[in-house]
Design a protein around this ligand. Sequence first.
Ligand code: SAH
Length: 263
Amino acid sequence: MRGMTRVLGRTRLKAMVSETKRRSILRTLGLVAAPAGGGAQAQDPYARAREALLKDIEAMARDTGAETGRATFSARVMAAIAKVPRHRFVPASYGALAYANQPLPIGHGQTISQPYIVALMTELLDAKPGDAVLEIGTGSGYQAAVLAELVQQVYSIEIIEPVGKNAAALLQQLGYKNISTRIGDGYNGWPERAPFDAIIVTAAAAQIPPALVAQLKPGARMVIPVGAEGEVQFLHVMVKRADGSISTQRSLPVRFVPLTRSN
Ligand code: SAH
């Protein structure tokens, strides 16, 4: 029995570790380069780029802290950014830039936001694990995925049908079960699912849409870029206080595609 177990064990072990062992032997001999950060890197070709991105976001958070009030982002938000595979949300032709700290085109004249902005907006939402969050402007689905790592339920609306359908299919493929998407004009919010603990708008509005303010729970927050087309936009953080009164704070200047209307 013992002998047999050992033989079986050895055979299985041999099959399982042979590739790792082969590479480690070659490495010892100096015939292949060692992966920079250990074993995980060998499995994930984006690991280094992702790590560099997290450092860049942290540096930008420090640099903009005076304007945003958040010189460091919470560990929860950074972990969500670290976890979501951004390379799956960018067109294949931009794969090499998937973890660069910059926005990228996703087709139909739309963009996936800069990772630092995604992190900042997520941070400013102060979302808690039990929250229901509404996003206007699904785009690639990346921001929705980041939120889905942090809260109970994400609702996301996209106005361009093929963009929304594409994101919905990808989010399903990636196994996100707590994101509901729909095609429509997010200016009106999602009354059937309201009220929300937080609302994030990822397209720039000339004014804050009143329907969205109405769909915030007391104590809830909205993060939204505001600025007329052609003018400088600023990120705004709106808080609906427990008594229903509203306070709005202006944060960083930003650049988003416009929030369009369906009419
Ligand atoms: N959050 C996205 C980035 C969004 S870009 C991401 O993580 O990739 C802005 C998106 O808002 C675009 O896809 C645009 O089509 C959409 N949009 C613009 N106006 C809209 C509206 N009124 N309702 C819903 N979506 C809108």
